[in-house]
Design a protein around this ligand. Structure first.
Ligand code: SAM
Length: 292
Protein backbone atom coordinates (compact mmCIF):
# COMPACT_ATOMS: atom_id res chain seq x y z
CA UNK A 1 0.00 0.00 0.00
CA UNK A 2 1.73 3.14 -1.22
CA UNK A 3 -0.59 5.68 0.34
CA UNK A 4 0.84 6.66 3.71
CA UNK A 5 -1.21 6.00 6.87
CA UNK A 6 -0.90 9.71 7.70
CA UNK A 7 -3.17 10.88 4.89
CA UNK A 8 -6.90 11.62 4.91
CA UNK A 9 -7.72 8.81 2.46
CA UNK A 10 -5.84 6.02 4.21
CA UNK A 11 -6.77 7.15 7.74
CA UNK A 12 -10.44 7.25 6.76
CA UNK A 13 -10.16 3.76 5.26
CA UNK A 14 -8.56 2.43 8.47
CA UNK A 15 -11.21 4.12 10.61
CA UNK A 16 -13.94 2.46 8.55
CA UNK A 17 -12.30 -0.95 8.38
CA UNK A 18 -11.73 -1.28 12.14
CA UNK A 19 -14.64 0.86 13.38
CA UNK A 20 -12.15 3.17 15.08
CA UNK A 21 -13.70 5.87 17.21
CA UNK A 22 -11.08 8.44 18.19
CA UNK A 23 -11.10 8.49 21.99
CA UNK A 24 -11.17 12.07 23.25
CA UNK A 25 -10.27 11.08 26.79
CA UNK A 26 -7.03 9.56 25.46
CA UNK A 27 -6.17 12.65 23.43
CA UNK A 28 -6.52 10.81 20.12
CA UNK A 29 -6.00 13.18 17.20
CA UNK A 30 -4.39 11.36 14.30
CA UNK A 31 -2.02 13.15 11.96
CA UNK A 32 -3.17 13.12 8.33
CA UNK A 33 -0.66 15.59 6.90
CA UNK A 34 2.60 14.28 5.42
CA UNK A 35 4.22 17.73 5.50
CA UNK A 36 3.69 17.88 9.26
CA UNK A 37 4.73 14.25 9.81
CA UNK A 38 7.91 14.56 7.74
CA UNK A 39 8.55 17.88 9.49
CA UNK A 40 8.61 16.01 12.82
CA UNK A 41 10.93 13.32 11.42
CA UNK A 42 13.24 16.03 10.12
CA UNK A 43 13.15 18.06 13.34
CA UNK A 44 14.20 14.89 15.20
CA UNK A 45 17.01 14.45 12.65
CA UNK A 46 16.25 10.72 12.31
CA UNK A 47 19.14 8.74 10.84
CA UNK A 48 19.17 5.04 9.87
CA UNK A 49 19.75 2.97 13.01
CA UNK A 50 18.45 5.59 15.44
CA UNK A 51 16.70 4.18 18.50
CA UNK A 52 13.41 5.98 19.02
CA UNK A 53 10.83 5.82 21.79
CA UNK A 54 7.44 6.86 20.48
CA UNK A 55 4.65 7.79 22.87
CA UNK A 56 1.15 7.00 21.59
CA UNK A 57 1.57 5.62 18.04
CA UNK A 58 -2.19 5.69 17.46
CA UNK A 59 -2.86 4.05 14.08
CA UNK A 60 0.79 4.53 13.07
CA UNK A 61 0.93 7.76 11.02
CA UNK A 62 4.18 8.96 12.57
CA UNK A 63 5.49 5.47 13.36
CA UNK A 64 5.41 4.54 9.68
CA UNK A 65 7.58 7.49 8.64
CA UNK A 66 9.99 6.96 11.55
CA UNK A 67 10.44 3.36 10.41
CA UNK A 68 10.88 4.34 6.75
CA UNK A 69 13.54 6.88 7.80
CA UNK A 70 15.44 3.92 9.27
CA UNK A 71 14.62 4.23 12.97
CA UNK A 72 14.09 1.32 15.33
CA UNK A 73 10.92 2.22 17.22
CA UNK A 74 9.72 1.25 20.68
CA UNK A 75 6.21 2.56 21.31
CA UNK A 76 4.05 2.99 24.42
CA UNK A 77 0.30 2.93 23.86
CA UNK A 78 -2.66 2.54 26.23
CA UNK A 79 -5.48 1.83 23.77
CA UNK A 80 -5.72 -1.95 23.46
CA UNK A 81 -7.64 -1.79 20.18
CA UNK A 82 -4.58 -0.39 18.40
CA UNK A 83 -1.99 -3.22 18.38
CA UNK A 84 -4.00 -5.20 15.85
CA UNK A 85 -4.35 -2.18 13.56
CA UNK A 86 -0.66 -1.30 13.81
CA UNK A 87 0.32 -4.89 13.14
CA UNK A 88 -1.86 -5.05 10.02
CA UNK A 89 -1.31 -1.55 8.63
CA UNK A 90 2.37 -0.79 9.19
CA UNK A 91 4.63 -2.05 6.36
CA UNK A 92 5.33 -5.81 6.69
CA UNK A 93 8.95 -5.20 5.84
CA UNK A 94 11.26 -2.25 6.30
CA UNK A 95 13.93 -2.75 3.65
CA UNK A 96 14.94 -6.38 4.23
CA UNK A 97 13.93 -6.48 7.86
CA UNK A 98 10.63 -7.90 9.10
CA UNK A 99 8.54 -5.34 11.00
CA UNK A 100 9.01 -6.95 14.41
CA UNK A 101 12.77 -6.47 14.22
CA UNK A 102 12.22 -2.73 13.89
CA UNK A 103 9.09 -2.10 15.88
CA UNK A 104 7.96 -3.09 19.34
CA UNK A 105 4.74 -2.01 21.00
CA UNK A 106 4.15 -2.01 24.74
CA UNK A 107 0.60 -1.60 26.01
CA UNK A 108 1.40 0.55 28.99
CA UNK A 109 0.78 4.04 30.34
CA UNK A 110 3.98 5.94 29.55
CA UNK A 111 3.71 7.66 32.94
CA UNK A 112 4.22 4.20 34.49
CA UNK A 113 7.15 3.35 32.23
CA UNK A 114 10.31 1.89 33.63
CA UNK A 115 12.42 2.78 30.63
CA UNK A 116 15.55 0.77 31.38
CA UNK A 117 13.58 -2.39 32.10
CA UNK A 118 11.06 -1.94 29.26
CA UNK A 119 13.63 -1.22 26.55
CA UNK A 120 16.24 -3.79 27.50
CA UNK A 121 16.45 -6.59 24.95
CA UNK A 122 15.11 -4.40 22.14
CA UNK A 123 17.41 -1.39 22.33
CA UNK A 124 21.16 -1.34 22.81
CA UNK A 125 21.20 0.50 26.12
CA UNK A 126 24.75 1.76 25.55
CA UNK A 127 23.64 3.70 22.50
CA UNK A 128 21.76 7.01 22.38
CA UNK A 129 17.98 7.15 22.45
CA UNK A 130 15.63 9.78 21.04
CA UNK A 131 12.01 10.37 21.96
CA UNK A 132 9.57 11.39 19.23
CA UNK A 133 5.86 11.85 19.81
CA UNK A 134 2.65 13.52 18.89
CA UNK A 135 1.66 13.73 22.54
CA UNK A 136 -1.73 13.09 24.10
CA UNK A 137 -2.36 16.72 25.14
CA UNK A 138 -4.20 15.95 28.38
CA UNK A 139 -0.90 14.81 29.89
CA UNK A 140 1.69 16.94 28.05
CA UNK A 141 3.34 18.41 31.16
CA UNK A 142 3.41 15.20 33.25
CA UNK A 143 5.07 13.43 30.29
CA UNK A 144 7.69 16.17 29.88
CA UNK A 145 8.44 16.02 33.63
CA UNK A 146 8.61 12.20 33.59
CA UNK A 147 11.05 12.26 30.65
CA UNK A 148 13.17 15.03 32.14
CA UNK A 149 13.45 13.29 35.51
CA UNK A 150 13.95 9.77 34.09
CA UNK A 151 17.23 7.92 34.50
CA UNK A 152 17.68 7.37 30.77
CA UNK A 153 19.85 9.82 28.96
CA UNK A 154 18.10 11.02 25.83
CA UNK A 155 19.87 12.85 23.05
CA UNK A 156 16.69 14.71 22.14
CA UNK A 157 12.96 14.88 22.73
CA UNK A 158 10.93 15.94 19.69
CA UNK A 159 7.40 16.53 20.87
CA UNK A 160 4.21 17.81 19.31
CA UNK A 161 2.09 19.60 21.90
CA UNK A 162 -0.42 22.41 22.34
CA UNK A 163 1.14 25.63 21.03
CA UNK A 164 0.34 27.29 24.34
CA UNK A 165 2.53 24.79 26.24
CA UNK A 166 5.28 25.10 23.62
CA UNK A 167 5.28 28.86 24.22
CA UNK A 168 5.61 28.33 27.96
CA UNK A 169 8.58 26.03 27.42
CA UNK A 170 10.54 28.47 25.30
CA UNK A 171 9.50 31.72 27.03
CA UNK A 172 12.01 34.38 28.04
CA UNK A 173 11.77 36.49 31.21
CA UNK A 174 9.27 39.39 31.21
CA UNK A 175 6.97 37.36 29.00
CA UNK A 176 3.55 36.34 30.26
CA UNK A 177 4.21 32.69 29.34
CA UNK A 178 7.33 32.58 31.52
CA UNK A 179 6.80 30.56 34.71
CA UNK A 180 7.69 27.46 36.76
CA UNK A 181 7.37 25.11 33.76
CA UNK A 182 9.70 27.32 31.69
CA UNK A 183 12.26 27.45 34.46
CA UNK A 184 12.21 23.78 35.38
CA UNK A 185 12.69 22.77 31.73
CA UNK A 186 15.23 25.46 30.78
CA UNK A 187 17.49 24.54 33.72
CA UNK A 188 17.83 21.06 32.17
CA UNK A 189 17.26 21.46 28.47
CA UNK A 190 17.71 23.63 25.46
CA UNK A 191 14.32 24.41 23.91
CA UNK A 192 13.75 24.96 20.21
CA UNK A 193 10.39 25.54 18.55
CA UNK A 194 10.70 23.59 15.29
CA UNK A 195 7.34 24.00 13.57
CA UNK A 196 3.75 24.98 14.03
CA UNK A 197 0.98 22.67 12.90
CA UNK A 198 -2.55 23.67 12.00
CA UNK A 199 -5.49 21.79 13.49
CA UNK A 200 -6.53 20.78 9.95
CA UNK A 201 -3.49 18.44 9.91
CA UNK A 202 -5.30 16.11 12.34
CA UNK A 203 -8.30 13.84 12.27
CA UNK A 204 -10.34 14.68 14.29
CA UNK A 205 -9.18 18.30 14.60
CA UNK A 206 -8.03 19.36 18.06
CA UNK A 207 -9.55 22.56 19.48
CA UNK A 208 -6.12 24.15 19.97
CA UNK A 209 -3.17 25.03 17.77
CA UNK A 210 -0.14 22.76 17.90
CA UNK A 211 3.63 23.09 17.72
CA UNK A 212 6.64 20.79 17.62
CA UNK A 213 9.38 21.43 20.14
CA UNK A 214 12.85 19.90 20.22
CA UNK A 215 14.41 19.57 23.67
CA UNK A 216 18.08 18.68 24.03
CA UNK A 217 19.94 18.26 27.32
CA UNK A 218 22.09 21.27 28.23
CA UNK A 219 25.82 20.56 28.07
CA UNK A 220 26.41 22.88 30.98
CA UNK A 221 23.59 22.98 33.48
CA UNK A 222 23.25 25.82 35.97
CA UNK A 223 24.52 24.82 39.42
CA UNK A 224 21.43 23.90 41.43
CA UNK A 225 22.24 22.02 44.63
CA UNK A 226 18.79 20.77 45.49
CA UNK A 227 16.49 20.65 42.49
CA UNK A 228 13.34 19.81 44.42
CA UNK A 229 13.89 22.74 46.77
CA UNK A 230 14.66 25.01 43.81
CA UNK A 231 11.43 24.13 41.99
CA UNK A 232 9.45 24.62 45.23
CA UNK A 233 10.96 28.10 45.71
CA UNK A 234 10.19 29.03 42.07
CA UNK A 235 6.59 27.88 42.47
CA UNK A 236 6.28 29.90 45.69
CA UNK A 237 7.65 33.00 43.94
CA UNK A 238 5.01 32.61 41.23
CA UNK A 239 2.13 31.81 43.59
CA UNK A 240 0.66 35.25 42.89
CA UNK A 241 1.94 36.12 39.46
CA UNK A 242 0.29 39.56 39.39
CA UNK A 243 1.89 40.65 42.65
CA UNK A 244 5.38 42.01 43.23
CA UNK A 245 8.38 39.86 44.06
CA UNK A 246 8.49 41.44 47.52
CA UNK A 247 4.92 40.33 48.14
CA UNK A 248 5.46 36.82 46.85
CA UNK A 249 8.54 36.41 49.05
CA UNK A 250 6.62 37.19 52.26
CA UNK A 251 5.82 33.58 53.07
CA UNK A 252 9.34 32.39 52.28
CA UNK A 253 11.11 35.24 54.11
CA UNK A 254 8.77 36.77 56.74
CA UNK A 255 11.46 39.16 58.03
CA UNK A 256 11.15 42.42 56.05
CA UNK A 257 14.81 43.42 56.50
CA UNK A 258 16.07 40.07 55.29
CA UNK A 259 13.74 40.27 52.32
CA UNK A 260 14.97 43.76 51.46
CA UNK A 261 18.58 42.61 51.73
CA UNK A 262 18.01 39.71 49.34
CA UNK A 263 16.16 41.89 46.84
CA UNK A 264 19.02 44.38 47.01
CA UNK A 265 21.53 41.59 46.42
CA UNK A 266 19.56 40.56 43.33
CA UNK A 267 19.92 44.11 42.05
CA UNK A 268 16.23 44.44 41.18
CA UNK A 269 13.48 46.85 42.11
CA UNK A 270 11.27 45.39 44.92
CA UNK A 271 8.26 46.07 42.71
CA UNK A 272 9.32 43.73 39.91
CA UNK A 273 7.06 40.78 39.26
CA UNK A 274 8.33 37.19 39.47
CA UNK A 275 8.16 36.86 35.68
CA UNK A 276 10.86 39.54 35.35
CA UNK A 277 13.56 37.46 37.05
CA UNK A 278 16.17 35.42 35.22
CA UNK A 279 16.90 31.80 36.05
CA UNK A 280 20.17 32.90 37.70
CA UNK A 281 18.22 35.23 39.98
CA UNK A 282 15.87 32.43 41.02
CA UNK A 283 18.90 30.28 41.82
CA UNK A 284 20.19 33.06 44.06
CA UNK A 285 16.82 33.36 45.82
CA UNK A 286 16.69 29.59 46.41
CA UNK A 287 20.20 29.58 47.87
CA UNK A 288 19.00 32.11 50.46
CA UNK A 289 16.05 30.05 51.58
CA UNK A 290 16.65 27.07 53.85
CA UNK A 291 15.30 23.68 52.78
CA UNK A 292 12.20 22.66 54.73
N1 SAM B 1 0.99 9.16 16.91
C1 SAM B 1 -0.37 9.20 16.39
C2 SAM B 1 -0.47 10.28 15.34
O1 SAM B 1 0.42 11.15 15.33
O2 SAM B 1 -1.39 10.24 14.55
C3 SAM B 1 -1.40 9.40 17.50
C4 SAM B 1 -1.17 10.62 18.38
S1 SAM B 1 -2.53 10.97 19.47
C5 SAM B 1 -2.36 12.72 19.60
C6 SAM B 1 -1.97 10.45 21.08
C7 SAM B 1 -1.83 8.95 21.30
O3 SAM B 1 -1.37 8.72 22.65
C8 SAM B 1 -3.11 8.15 21.15
O4 SAM B 1 -2.88 7.04 20.34
C9 SAM B 1 -3.45 7.72 22.59
O5 SAM B 1 -4.17 6.49 22.66
C10 SAM B 1 -2.08 7.60 23.21
N2 SAM B 1 -2.05 7.76 24.67
C11 SAM B 1 -2.92 8.43 25.46
N3 SAM B 1 -2.56 8.36 26.76
C12 SAM B 1 -1.41 7.63 26.80
C13 SAM B 1 -0.56 7.19 27.87
N4 SAM B 1 -0.82 7.51 29.14
N5 SAM B 1 0.53 6.43 27.55
C14 SAM B 1 0.77 6.11 26.25
N6 SAM B 1 0.01 6.50 25.21
C15 SAM B 1 -1.08 7.24 25.48
Amino acid sequence: NNIPIGSPVRTRAIINRYFVKAKKNLGQNFLVDQTAILGIVEAADIQPGDQVIEIGPGIGSLTEQLLLAGAKVFAYEVDDSLPEILHNELPKKIGDAPLDERFKLMLKDVLKANFKEDLAGFFDMDKPIKVVANLPYYITTPIIFALAESDLHFTSLTLMMQKEVAERLEAKPSNKEYGPLTISVQTEMNVKLALEVKSSSFMPRPKVDSAVVVLTPLKEKPAIKNRKHFIWVVKMCFSQRRKTLNNNLKTLIPDGDKRAALIKELGVDPRVRPEDLTIEQFIKIASNIPAK
